[in-house]
Write a protein that binds this ligand. Structure first.
Ligand code: HEC
Length: 283
């Protein structure tokens, strides 16, 4: 009897724990998210995914011409732009690009100098106070690893399936959906001055819609046919931000695949060795 009693008690406890866990976890999961994310197909998804060099160049153009006037990217150096697996600029192009920027350098007499490829990407504001001052009190987050710091929330069973599909594109999917969901606020909602309604953010955000159809002409070969729409811009900048946050993604995937192939072959060889060793043993 006591045994049974205890059993029911623990079962009840487990169920209650599960329910409370679920209740507590649900608001945290859906926090800040209004509409469901529309998942995009990314060239860098899946087991063999790699970055699309042209797309990274377009994303960089948007970063440079639009986002970098508010957002810093403190971990990125100019020279990263010519490294393998990235946007694929030549060293000469990167050198010329860097020379267009000024670096404040208290260690030299002039106090400032032209940037070189080894320099980090210069921040748009000198201090956080300046950044907030220009953005109605809100701080535009640094871009370096932002694509890894954000992700979409999915309902069960979709997030569970991600373990099998190797889905890792939650960051770029989040950024894409954020950038493409600036809409009119619902009628019963009042958006404070200096804020903008974003249906994916699930409320007012302090960033004005940074993209608009046709507002950037893409330069560079191979980009002539690319549509000049908010959706396309959003996709390109999201891909570029993913590259910034995870520049070695492609080589890591390759290494993973090679390792798996090696282990598979090794397993086959070990099996043959085992058969040979035990061939003359009675068993
Ligand atoms: C005029 C300044 C400005 C520009 C230009 C700008 N942003 Fe922002 N951004 C902000 C501010 C301010 C925030 C913080 C918003 C908040 O916390 O409400 C922000 C936040 C963000 C966030 C984080 C949202 C979150 O989940 O917290 C992302 C992602 C983002 N911006 C992407 C971009 C991209 C991509 C571009 C270029 C296409 C861009 N921003 C251009 C000011 C700007």
């Amino acid at each position: 009897m006591t045994y049974k009693n205890n059993f029911f008690k623990s079962a009840l406890f487990a169920v209650t724990l599960g329910l409370t866990g679920g209740l507590v976890a649900t608001p945290a999961l859906s926090e800040g998210v209004g509409v469901e994310a529309e998942l995009q197909s990314w060239s860098f998804a899946g087991l063999f995914g790699t970055y699309d060099q042209n797309q990274l160049q377009r994303g960089f153009q948007i970063f440079r011409e639009v986002c970098s006037s508010c957002h810093s990217a403190n971990l990125i150096s100019f020279r990263n732009l010519s490294e393998e697996g990235g946007p694929g600029f030549t060293e000469a192009q990167v050198k010329a690009l860097a020379a267009e920027y000024i670096i404040i350098d208290p260690e030299i007499e002039a106090g400032e100098r032209a940037a070189v490829p080894a320099d980090r990407w210069p921040a748009p504001f000198e201090t956080e106070l300046d950044a907030r001052g220009s953005n109605g009190g809100a701080l535009p987050p640094d871009f370096s690893v932002l694509a890894k710091a954000r992700g979409i929330s999915q309902k069960f069973p979709y997030w569970a399936l991600n373990y099998f599909t190797a889905y890792q594109e939650g960051g770029p999917d989040y950024i894409y959906n954020l950038l493409t969901n600036y809409h009119e606020a619902p009628q019963d909602v009042e958006v404070p001055d200096g804020k903008y309604w974003n249906a994916y953010f699930g409320g007012p955000i302090s960033m004005a819609p940074p993209l608009d159809d046709g507002f950037i002409e893409y330069v560079g070969e191979g980009n002539g046919e690319v549509p000049l729409t908010t959706e396309q811009y959003a996709k390109d900048i999201s891909a570029f931000m993913m590259w910034m946050a995870d520049p070695h993604l492609a080589s890591r995937k390759q290494m993973g695949f090679r390792t798996l192939t090696f282990l598979f072959l090794l397993a086959g060889m070990m099996y043959l060795v085992k058969r040979k060793l035990w061939a003359n043993v009675e068993h």
